[in-house]
Every structure is written in structure tokens, then in C-alpha cells.
Write a protein that binds this ligand. Structure first.
Ligand code: NCD
Length: 337
């Protein structure tokens, strides 16, 4: 895979060598993300950060990653304040905004919208999530987290046993992660969801064709008992025809410390792309897990900065220049990682 100047629209662009390259550059970003060193390698470079759907960590961590490389971030966050609300096409918006930025990140509720935008853009576009379709940078940071967590337990991604729980039909993070995991060997997938929210048959067929074992279940307790990783997800209420319809599926699967202690193996790692829905009728991942050392959700969010820095560095072809302008930080830094 040639990263330089490329759009990142789908994880189907990646093979294992490309993933390893991203992870190797991400590892090298740690002193910058950890505020030990400063680099100016992207000084003068502009990111157009365009989020037309709600976002906290994806939007801020893309922006933060760009800032940490020395670049500047321009934010567009609402359709109603952009010309899309006046009927402007993705084509025109992309032609215009790509004249103002060196690289663009975009999130939009319509599947395929980011591809359409990218086809008219004069600069690289990264998919920050297009409807229920894909979320490539989330899947890369999830896989990077899985790799690191497993390494701590002497395991690798090949042979992984993962249980994915919740709204697997609508979760774009799930879709992209399953596709990436499909590139590895002998992954055992347990898919825990109500039948209406099961993972799309095209994803399951792809995993089975690649030789992976896929088991579907509607029962969480049995499904989580032999897993290295639990990947818990939120009911994607914004994808349902009505709130009442979404509410029917909330609270069906709730993981808390007592269930974890009773059913999981001692080192099972708990992940979630976040946000977790902490309202009483949902609460798929209870706060009583917060002190559990195997809860990796905030390691995931920290890793997101490293992965997004790596993607920018590779696409903008500065991965091997990052250290050239490095200096030590000169302010008080709290320990983050
Ligand atoms: C996910 C998303 O937006 O798809 N969030 C994120 O980017 N970390 C998952 C979700 O919203 O449930």
C-alpha cells in the first residue's frame, strides 16, 4: 500500500504489511503524544476537520494528533452552519474545501458520503465514519490496542478469541474491525446480539471464507466465557427509525464486575469504541469496572492519538522526518500514559 497522498476510506485498502507500517510509526509517536518531546514537522500544514455527525474522541483526537505534529486544524462541525444546508453537493463542497486544506477528515451520517466527497477532493481525505458503513481509524486503533494488550499476556492476534457484543448490524467500528481481524489467522469470533442486530451476512461470509470460526449467540454469559477480548458496543440509536425502536434493544446485554468475575477468564480484556451509554436503560458497560486493570477503554482512546498521528505522517510523507525538528518540552507535564 502506498500511503503518500492516499485517501483512507475503508480498511479494505490495508494488508498486514500496511497495518504493521502504521503500527511501527505509531510506536514512534509516543514521546510526542506523551508530551516528552515536541515536533514541528507539519508546521504550516492545515487539516480540515469536518464532522457532520456527533463526535468527541474521533474529532478531537484527529485534531490533537495533527497539532502534535505541528499542524493547524480548521473545524467544521455542523451541517446547518455549512453550505450543505443550502443544497450544495458533496462534489462542490469538496472542490472548495480541498483548496483550503492539505488534508481532510470527514464524518457524515450517509454511507458512501466520504467516498463521494473524496472523489472530488484535491487533497487526501480520511474517513472519520460514514453512517453504518466503516470507521477505519477506529479499527486501526482497536487492533493496535488488541495487539498491545495481548502482547502483555504473551499472545498474538493470530489465534485470538474475540466476543463482539451489542448492535453489530449498525456499528461501523465493528464492521471495520471485523474486516481487519479477517486478515489474521484462526480468529474465533463470538457474535453476541439479538437476531435483528446481528452482523451483516456479507461480513460473516467474508470471515468464514478466510477460514475463521464464527459463532452467533443471543446469550452473553456463555459467549464471554472463553474470550481474550470482549468488544462491547452501544445500541446505535441514531440509526433506528424511532427512539422507541432503539430503546427496545438497550440494556439487553450489560457487563459489570460481578458478571465479569463469574464468567470471564482472569485476563479477559474489555474494550468498547466509546461512547458507552451510561443511562439507566442501557449501561452496557458498568462504571463498577472502572478500576478493573483489564478495562482497556481509555488505553484505546490514548492509542487513537498515536494511530492518527501515524496516518497523517504516512499520508503526508513525513514519517521519517518527525524527529528532525524534535526538542524536549519546556513546560510542566502530567504523566498521561
Ligand atoms: C463510534 C462511532 O462513532 O462509530 N464512536 C467512536 O468514534 N469512537 C462508536 C459509537 O458511536 O458507538
Amino acid at each position: 500500500m502506498n500511503f503518500i497522498g492516499s485517501h483512507i476510506l475503508s480498511v479494505t485498502q490495508f494488508d498486514r504489511a500496511a497495518i504493521d507500517r502504521v503500527f511501527e510509526v505509531a510506536d514512534r509517536m509516543s514521546p510526542y503524544a506523551n508530551r516528552q518531546k515536541v515536533t514541528r514537522v507539519l508546521e504550516g500544514c492545515i487539516l480540515g476537520n469536518m464532522f457532520f455527525e456527533p463526535s468527541t474522541r474521533t474529532r478531537v483526537s484527529f485534531g490533537c494528533a495533527f497539532n502534535l505534529l505541528g499542524g493547524e486544524v480548521r473545524e467544521t462541525t455542523e451541517i446547518k452552519t455549512s453550505a450543505l444546508a443550502k443544497g450544495e453537493s458533496f462534489y462542490d463542497t469538496a472542490r472548495v474545501l480541498s483548496g483550503y486544506s492539505d488534508v481532510i477528515v470527514m464524518r457524515h451520517r450517509i454511507e458512501g458520503s466520504v467516498d463521494e466527497f473524496a472523489s472530488a477532493s484535491r487533497v487526501p481525505v480520511l474517513n472519520g465514519g460514514d453512517g453504518s458503513n466503516e470507521h477505519p481509524s477506529q479499527a486501526l486503533l482497536d487492533l493496535y490496542t488488541i495487539k498491545k494488550e495481548l502482547a502483555g499476556h504473551g499472545k498474538s492476534i493470530d489465534g485470538l478469541r474475540i466476543a463482539l457484543i451489542g448492535d453489530l448490524r449498525n456499528g461501523r467500528a465493528v464492521h471495520s474491525l471485523c474486516r481487519l481481524l479477517g486478515l489474521y489467522q484462526d480468529v474465533h469470533f463470538t457474535l453476541i446480539s439479538p437476531p435483528e442486530l446481528s452482523l451483516g451476512p456479507e461480513y460473516i461470509a467474508g470471515l468464514q471464507a478466510a477460514g475463521h470460526e464464527v459463532v452467533r449467540s443471543e446469550k452473553m454469559h456463555a459467549g464471554i466465557s472463553h474470550a481474550d477480548i470482549l468488544y462491547v458496543t452501544r445500541t446505535q440509536e441514531e440509526r433506528f427509525p424511532s427512539q422507541a425502536e432503539a430503546d427496545r434493544y438497550k440494556g439487553l446485554f450489560r457487563l459489570n464486575q460481578s458478571i465479569y468475575t463469574e464468567y470471564c477468564e482472569p485476563n479477559t480484556v474489555i474494550m468498547h469504541p466509546l461512547p458507552r451509554d451510561s443511562r439507566d436503560n442501557a449501561n452496557e458497560l458498568d462504571n463498577d469496572l472502572n478500576e478493573n486493570p483489564n478495562l482497556a477503554i481509555f488505553r484505546q482512546t490514548d492509542n487513537g492519538v498515536l494511530i492518527r498521528m501515524a496516518l497523517f505522517a504516512l499520508i503526508l510523507d513525513v514519517a521519517d522526518q518527525v524527529d528532525d525538528t524534535a526538542r524536549d518540552v519546556n513546560w510542566y507535564t502530567a504523566k498521561r500514559f
